[in-house]
Design a protein around this ligand. Structure first.
Ligand code: HPA
Length: 294
């Protein structure tokens, strides 16, 4: 498991080294990752990064003039254990705009590590990243959202109880999360969607740890608590990204109704199948966003 900074344990023990304020990207050490990337021809990254979730990775295969590095060659990057997640960093052009595509992600449920994406995101920041577009497959809690609807995330509820910043020995850990999903970027995405004639909903995403899907009772509880979507990713990445000072934008492809809702009984097969069915519209949305608004 990644250690960010040694923690002081009890009074009298040696204190953890103090971090300089304003040096937040250094909180997550990623020098080995940067060295590996440099060795493979990636000395800098474009300002826009996209994390491609379950069944959405094919966007990276459409990029042009690419450099591609498997996560397993980059120290600290998460080697995926989930089918539907390739595990490659692809730097290339989409609609003539250079982007960093994270083709697959690490999830909390894979190793019990909420920092699964910490080194990947810190490396993005250190090499020039400014804005992070996160994507995922999610269960929908609104009966009017027929899969594979596209939904821009406006806010989240951390129901998994884990947090990637636990254990960070610095006041930087108290990350504010008001407007974590950047309102100007959301505006631009909305405009891109409307110009491209794509139906884009908005809603609140609730993070469940997974890997089991929710029970119908949990879905009823999630609705009562104000969620519109449920899923097993994205939230720890947004928390890390905000620590790093990256702007966030996030979109879910609704692959199913939440468990018990309109007969919803999600499975990983259904998630992959419906994400694939939604991927054409999803890719049009990303392309429209990159063309006019990134
Ligand atoms: N729950 C959690 N994660 C998901 C779901 C769901 O219903 N669908 C796709 N990812």
């Amino acid at each position: 498991m990644l250690r960010m900074v040694p923690l002081p344990r009890f009074a009298g023990e040696e204190r953890a080294s103090r971090l300089e304020r304003g040096n937040v990207p250094m909180i997550i050490p990623c020098d080995d990752a940067l060295a590996a990337l440099r060795q493979r021809g990636v000395a800098s990254l474009p300002p826009t990064g996209i994390v491609l979730g379950s069944g959405l990775g094919s966007l990276a295969d459409e990029a042009e003039n690419t450099i591609s590095v498997p996560y397993e060659d980059i120290p600290g990057f998460p080697v995926p254990t989930v089918s539907g997640h390739a595990g490659r960093l692809v730097v290339g052009e989409i609609e003539g705009r250079r982007v960093a595509l994270f083709q697959g992600r690490g999830h909390y449920y894979e190793r019990g590590d909420a920092r699964a994406m910490a080194v990947a995101l810190a490396s993005f920041k250190r090499l020039g990243g400014e804005a992070l577009f996160l994507t995922n497959a999610a269960g929908g809690l609104r009966e009017e959202w027929r899969p594979p609807a596209l939904v821009a995330i406006t806010d989240h509820i951390n129901y998994a109880g884990a947090n990637p910043l636990i254990g960070l020995a610095s006041d930087e850990r108290f990350v504010p999360l008001v407007d974590a999903y950047d309102p100007p970027l959301r505006d631009r995405l909305r405009r891109a969607a409307s110009e491209a004639g794509i139906d884009l909903q908005e809603g609140v995403y609730m993070w469940f740890s997974g890997p089991s899907f929710e029970t119908p009772a949990e879905i009823r509880a999630a609705k009562l608590l104000g969620a519109d979507l449920v899923g097993m990713s994205t939230v720890p990445e947004v928390i890390l990204a905000r620590l790093l000072g990256l702007k966030c934008l996030a979109v879910s492809v609704v692959t199913n109704f939440g468990a018990g809702l309109k007969g919803g009984n999600p499975s990983h097969e259904e998630t992959k199948e419906l994400a694939l069915a939604g991927s054409a519209n999803f890719k049009r949305l990303v392309r429209a966003f990159l063309t006019h608004h990134a």
